[in-house]
Design a protein around this ligand. Structure first.
Ligand code: PMP
Length: 290
C-alpha cells in the first residue's frame, strides 16, 4: 500500500510527494533532517530528536515553518495515518525552492516533509554474531569546516566513507578525524570497552551527538559501568575488549573486527550483550504514544 507522506502542510500519497528541481535541498544539500524510531506505537526520545532538528535548523539559519509542538503532532499523525507500530520516521526540512545561486535568502518557503516507513539497516545475523568493519580512507569532515552537531542533508562525506566500506567488502567504515582520531562510522556512533570502561569519541572532534549514544551511556551508568568520552587512536584497537555501534536506525550492533584486527575474542562481549538487552527493554518501555 502506498505510504501517506506529510508534505508541505498536508498528507499526500507517496507518488504525489514531489520536490522542485529548484529546491536547495536537492541543489545543495541545504537542509536538516532527523531519523526517529517507534516501537510498539511509542516514539523513542521524540523530544530529543525535535530539539536536535530545531537546533540544526537554527545553526543554518533555517526557520522551520511550524512550531515544535505542531511538528511533534505531525510526526505522530504520520505514524498513525500509516498504521505502523514499529517504524522509522524521516523528518526533513529543506531550504526550499530558490534560484540557481547559493543564497539562502532567495528561498522564502522551506520544504517540510515526514515519511514513516520500515527500516532494516544491517542483516539480522550481524546483530547476533557481530560485524566486521573497515577504516575508511576518507577522513571525517573537520569540525571547523562542518559543525558536527548539525544533522544536515549534506551527507557526501559519509557517503565517501560508505563507498570505502563497499570497496573493502564491509557493511560499515570507521571514519577518522584529520588528526587521526577515531570519530564515528558513516551513520552511527562508535563505542569501545576497555578495562570494563565504556568509551566513545567526543562530538567536538567531528561526530554527531547521538541520541542512541546518550541513551546507551545512561544505561551503562545505571548498571554501574563507567561511561566516558575519550579520544582514541586506531593503534589502541588491539587493546580494546569490545566494540559496538549505535544509531537510531542501527540500534546497537556489535563490531568484532576492524580491518585485520580482531576486537577482543572476536565475538560480541558481555557488556555489549547486556546493553543490547537493556536498550531493547528501554525502547519498549518509554516513548510518546500515538
Ligand atoms: N552519526 C551519524 C553521522 C549519523 O547520521 C547518526 C544517525 N543516523 C548517528 C551518528 C547516530 O545518531 P542517533 O543515535 O541520534 O540516531
Amino acid at each position: 500500500m502506498a505510504l501517506k507522506i506529510f508534505f508541505n502542510g498536508k498528507f499526500v500519497s507517496e507518488e504525489d510527494a514531489k520536490i522542485s528541481v529548484f529546491d536547495h535541498g536537492v541543489l545543495y544539500g541545504d537542509g536538516v533532517f532527523e531519523g526517529i524510531r517507534s516501537y510498539k506505537r511509542k516514539v523513542f526520545r521524540l523530544d530529543e530528536h525535535l530539539d536536535r532538528l530545531y537546533s540544526s535548523a537554527e545553526a543554518i539559519r533555517l526557520k522551520i515553518p511550524v512550531e515544535k509542538d505542531t511538528f511533534r503532532s505531525r510526526i505522530l499523525e504520520t505514524l498513525a495515518m500509516n498504521n505502523l507500530a514499529d517504524a522509522y520516521v524521516r523528518a526533513v526540512v529543506t531550504r526550499g525552492p530558490g534560484d540557481l545561486g547559493l543564497d539562502p535568502r532567495k528561498c522564502p518557503v522551506p520544504t517540510m516533509f515526514i515519511i514513516a516507513d520500515k527500516i532494516a539497516l544491517y542483516p539480522e545475523a550481524l546483530y547476533k554474531g557481530g560485524m566486521p568493519i573497515t577504516i575508511a580512507k576518507t577522513r571525517r569532515n573537520h569540525p571547523s569546516a562542518m559543525n558536527p552537531r548539525v544533522k544536515s542533508l549534506n551527507y557526501l562525506n559519509n557517503i565517501f566513507g560508505k563507498i570505502d566500506a563497499i570497496d573493502a567488502g564491509t557493511e560499515e567504515a570507521l571514519m577518522l578525524s584529520v588528526e587521526g582520531y577515531i570519530v564515528e562510522c558513516t551513520g552511527d556512533n562508535i563505542f569501545f570497552v576497555k578495562d570494563g570502561v565504556l568509551m566513545t569519541p567526543p562530538c567536538d572532534i567531528g561526530s554527531l551527538e547521538g541520541i542512541t549514544q546518550k541513551a546507551v551511556m545512561g544505561l551503562a551508568r545505571k548498571r554501574g559501568i563507567e561511561a566516558k568520552f575519550a579520544k582514541i587512536k586506531p593503534a589502541e584497537i588491539p587493546t580494546m575488549e569490545e566494540c559496538f555501534l549505535t544509531g537510531t536506525a542501527a540500534e546497537i550492533i556489535p563490531v568484532i573486527k576492524i580491518d585485520d584486527k580482531t576486537v577482543g575474542v572476536g565475538s560480541p562481549g558481555p557488556v555489549t550483550k547486556q546493553l543490547l538487552q537493556d536498550y531493547k527493554e528501554l525502547t519498549e518501555k518509554e516513548g510518546t504514544a500515538y
